[in-house]
Design a protein around this ligand. Structure first.
Ligand code: ZN
Length: 223
């Protein structure tokens, strides 16, 4: 697949833990179980978010092992699925120029050692042959998403995200990548800031969409 992959050894399938040969990023059995069609959701601010997976079962395990247990190799497979979804839905007509990610605050990044969305966005960019750039940063003082309730998150309109280099945003078509979309508000806020700084269009993608999002939107649509 590429030279970076060879630093991870021995390699195990992120979803079932079977040992992997050659440059495989997941075993063939798990790969055949990937959904054939990506999910396409509308964010609260109207942008489209595509995602290969729903956040449950083996996908949840692979993401948690990656985020919390240092299994960075898993990011290759997850990014591969994101790249495939993007090719499937966006590639031909959207023509985005830069891929970026939902930023993590400095404090948080120091705590975890890396931004999980950034690594996935970088690998996705590599596979799509597009440039990756960090275009946004996040206030350290802002409350962490997982420490807020669903209602707090969805009603929040604080100024959490800011632009690093306005000249890279103005007039550009951009793709923002997150790891898990829970309410869509994080991606919406990132998109809003990018548009305020003149981005021509903003597209979004995530690895997985949470069950919480599905439950909430089922209630909304049935009520
Ligand atoms: Zn497997």
């Amino acid at each position: 697949m590429n030279r970076l992959l060879s630093v991870f050894y021995p390699r195990k399938c992120p979803y079932c833990s079977k040992p992997l040969k050659y440059d495989m990023t997941e075993c063939l059995v798990c790969r055949t179980e990937f959904p054939k069609v990506p999910r396409i959701e509308a964010l609260p601010t109207g942008e489209i978010c595509i995602a290969p997976f729903t956040y449950n079962g083996a996908i949840r395990k692979a993401i948690c092992d990656y985020k919390f247990r240092g299994k960075k190799f898993n990011a290759y497979s997850l990014a591969g699925a994101v790249a495939a979804s993007i090719r499937n839905v966006y590639y031909k007509d959207m023509g985005f120029e830069i891929i970026t990610c939902v930023p993590m605050s400095k404090d948080r990044k120091y705590e975890r050692g890396f931004n999980q969305s950034e690594l996935i966005a970088r690998y996705t960019a590599e596979q799509l042959d597009k440039p990756f750039e960090n275009l946004l940063y996040r206030d350290s003082g802002a409350a962490l998403q997982h420490e807020m309730t669903y209602t707090e998150r969805i009603s929040g309109n604080d100024r959490t995200f800011h632009i690093i280099s306005p000249e890279k945003v103005r007039g550009r078509k951009l793709l923002v990548i997150d790891d898990i979309m829970t309410t869509g508000m994080t991606l919406s806020r990132c998109s809003t800031v990018l548009k305020e700084y003149g981005a021509e269009r903003v597209f979004c993608a995530s690895v997985a969409i949470s069950k919480e999002y599905d439950a909430h939107n089922r209630i909304q649509s049935s009520g």
